[in-house]
Design a protein around this ligand. Structure first.
Ligand code: LLP
Length: 424
């Protein structure tokens, strides 16, 4: 079921016309469908029935407080990669013990903050981090529950910039070095090894890489147990893909069934860290056409959403579907165009070579599947304010992060004391 549909010729998010939001909030803006978020989380909750498993939402995909709270209210914990994310998770009401702290380069000060807050699990990715965490836990007089993230050397068959489980990626401890790392961890008095973790990549479109990785880690778990370690938890990571264009990613149910089957004999409690799959298709970016510039080979449609709002097209050559908010007539002719932003870079595009019904200044466009790694990767390049975020739930909507004013942006800065104050 799609939560973004045309009704009477106008694109709606659930029961709210996007043009109504645009009139009130201005453009560009991100819009999330609470129904779509709930439906995705519900699939995980239902699929995990009968399994000893839980979801720690990878909030790097979308860390809007309302989004985190919605998942938290449905039982999710959080997978965090920074103290900033931890503070957000706590602010959204996620209990500290349901927080998993991931990341390849955690600082001592960050580990300290995490242990002080009482996060449930730290996924350690290097020997150096084992030492630092042990020292920090010692200072605080606590024992830290850890897993070691291993790199199973499996090709996730995804974009090079988002594959993480191959030898040569910076993530996790090489599976061949894992026994030594566990042995080292076992000797550190302020750490309690509770399990093992992996995350092989993002936007996976097939289950095969998961199967291969789980089998490798499964073998390692058996070895580690013979070595005398208690491996009670297995953190499977995230990575399940979504539809941007014509992808056919596995259903959540099939993914969970595969994990269930492959981990059956291990007797581990499982953690899933989905990000994109929970939020990606539940969000869109809406922009307004500023002007249309016809060229010889193609037409440029210049909109007020840009690479600073959604960097995925230019960073990963990602394809995002673009639809006019006012439904074109079914027989409307199309023109070949690039949908671009107003930023002074040729890389500032949202889509290239698309055949779309003609657009004119003032028309709204919707960029689909922008709920994951959209707003969170935005910047204020060109002093463009961060686009606001809106949540729709049925026929109501709320601005969950307002657009900052230019005054707010400027007032966050300071002139050095040796400069004359600027004459306004
Ligand atoms: N767990 C760990 C340890 C991760 O590093 C990630 C994502 C996840 C979970 C969640 O993965 P997901 O379920 O969302 O695939 N900015 C890129 C994606 C970067 C993913 C980084 N790690 C993009 O826009 O495609």
């Amino acid at each position: 079921m799609s939560f973004f549909t045309y009704r009477k010729g106008e694109m709606h998010a659930e029961g709210v016309a996007l043009k109504t939001i645009a009139a009130q909030v201005g453009t560009p803006f991100y819009c999330y469908s609470a129904g779509a978020l709930r439906a995705a989380m519900r699939e995980f909750v239902d699929g995990m029935k009968g399994m000893n498993a839980s979801v720690c939402y990878a909030m790097k995909a979308n860390s809007n407080l309302a989004v985190i709270k919605l998942f938290g209210d449905m039982g999710a914990g959080a997978d965090i990669v920074s103290v900033g994310e931890m503070r957000r998770a706590l602010a959204a009401g996620i209990p500290a013990e349901r927080i998993v702290y991931s990341g390849v380069g955690k600082k001592a000060s960050e580990l300290m903050a995490a242990l002080e807050a009482g996060v449930g699990q730290v996924n350690v990715e290097s020997s150096a981090e084992l030492e630092t965490l042990n020292a920090v836990a010692g200072q605080l007089g606590v024992k830290a529950d850890i897993t070691i993230r291993v790199n199973p050397d499996v090709d996730a068959k995804t974009h090079a910039k988002i594959t993480t489980g191959k030898k040569g990626n910076k993530f996790g401890i090489d599976i061949d070095l894992a026994r030594a790392a566990f042995a080292e961890a076992g000797k550190l008095r302020n750490l309690r090894v509770v399990g093992i973790a992996m995350h092989i990549g993002s936007q996976l479109e097939k289950l095969g890489p998961y199967r291969a990785a789980i089998r490798r880690v499964g073998k390692l778990i058996a070895q580690l147990r013979t070595d005398g370690h208690k491996i009670d938890r297995f953190d499977i990571g995230g990575g399940l893909g979504i539809v941007y264009k014509e992808e056919k990613p596995p259903s959540i149910a099939d993914f969970l069934a595969l994990v269930k089957k492959e981990t059956e004999g291990l007797g581990c409690e499982l953690t899933f860290e989905p990000g994109r799959r929970l939020v990606g298709e539940a969000g869109v970016l809406v922009g307004e056409v500023i002007l249309v510039k016809p060229g010889v080979s193609k037409t440029f449609v210049i909109v007020d959403a840009a690479m600073n709002d959604l960097i995925r097209p230019t960073l990963y050559e990602a394809w995002h579907d673009i639809l006019p908010v006012r439904q074109p007539r079914p027989d409307a002719a199309t023109i070949r165009c690039d949908i671009v932003g107003p930023i002074c870079e040729s890389g500032d595009y949202l889509a290239q070579n698309r055949d779309l019904a003609p657009l004119s200044a003032g028309d709204l466009v919707m960029i689909r599947s922008a709920g994951a790694y959209g707003a969170v990767m935005a910047s204020s390049y060109n002093s463009r304010p961060l686009a606001p975020e809106v949540m729709v739930d049925g026929t109501r909507f709320a601005v969950t992060r307002p657009r900052p004013s230019i005054e707010e942006m400027i007032s966050a800065e300071r002139l050095p004391s040796w400069m004359e104050p600027a004459k306004a």
